[in-house]
Design a protein around this ligand. Sequence first.
Ligand code: PHE
Length: 347
Amino acid sequence: MEYLSRLDDFTKDASSFSSVRYDEIESFRIRFLGKKGIIAELFAEFKNLPPDQRRQYGQKINTLKKLVQSRHRQLLKKLSGNKQVHGNDDLTLPGDPVFSGSHHPVSIIRNEIINIFFRLGFSVSEGPEIEDDLHVFTKLNFPPDHPARDMQDTFFIEKNIPVNVTKDILLRTHTSSVQVRVMEKQKPPIRTISPGRVFRNEAISARAHCIFHQVEGLYIDIDVSFAQLKQTLLYFTREMFGSGTDIRFRPSFFPFTEPSAEMDISCLLCGGKGCNVCKYTGWLEILGCGMVDPNVLETNGIDSNIFTGFAFGMGVERIAMLKYQINDLRLYFENDLRFLEQFATHI
Ligand code: PHE
């Protein structure tokens, strides 16, 4: 009568049992309802009872059996509604979603620019963000009193008066400094682009920021012409903005190029008819360019009687703004997921 004498304890056990683990719930079922389980043993012993006790015990065993069955059902039901299942339990549960990140629009456009020029045979060069006056200004033909050196445009880390070309340390205001470093090290032919971050002391607004990204290009060889510059930039424009895009050049000035030009593309929105994006001109300004000033070639040890070159520089944020119709520069730097997630398919 070993089992029958513990009938009340078994009933207590069964009604207090609880678990959120499938394996524990299954052991509970086997312990009570299995072939050699408690209920089977109880019925086996039941046969040996004197007839007058059978009715009472029979009822008790049946009650226990029902209790175990309903407890088991209850726990399983709870389990299938519970997501934190351990082990290989409910295979019908949906998997945890995995979110992949997205590239920043500045990275997407920078990579696109690099790829286009890579197809034209340009290499990629990089240089330091903290620079000296020599590489950012002096070797690019900026006169000592040029306004770009002014405190309002340049973030100086160390500034001497008058200008000290190697001791004046600053954050580069353009990546033309990288091109100076390339010219110092490499003999023509040179065909390279320099993508990177640049810094200017500007008040932050929808249209200006103190940090932005540029890709500047330099091509130096025998007989490099303005016509080649135009064709290179036309190819770039049509690859970047579509084959129907036109370009135009306006005379401009940069200390390191002569002649210099500013390049516009036909408005992407109105196609040249005039709208509020192009301020009813039909054109959008996208980059500065020109023929490398012979002075720049000479200062960097390149014979300007043999070699000529062209250079250009563009702002990555500006191109991304036009391509994606982003109307506020600050969005690039705020890391707002509602903005960044929109570029998820452009990886
Ligand atoms: N360095 C110029 C700028 O930052 C761009 C430029 C590069 C213009 C090369 C002409 C030639 O605005």
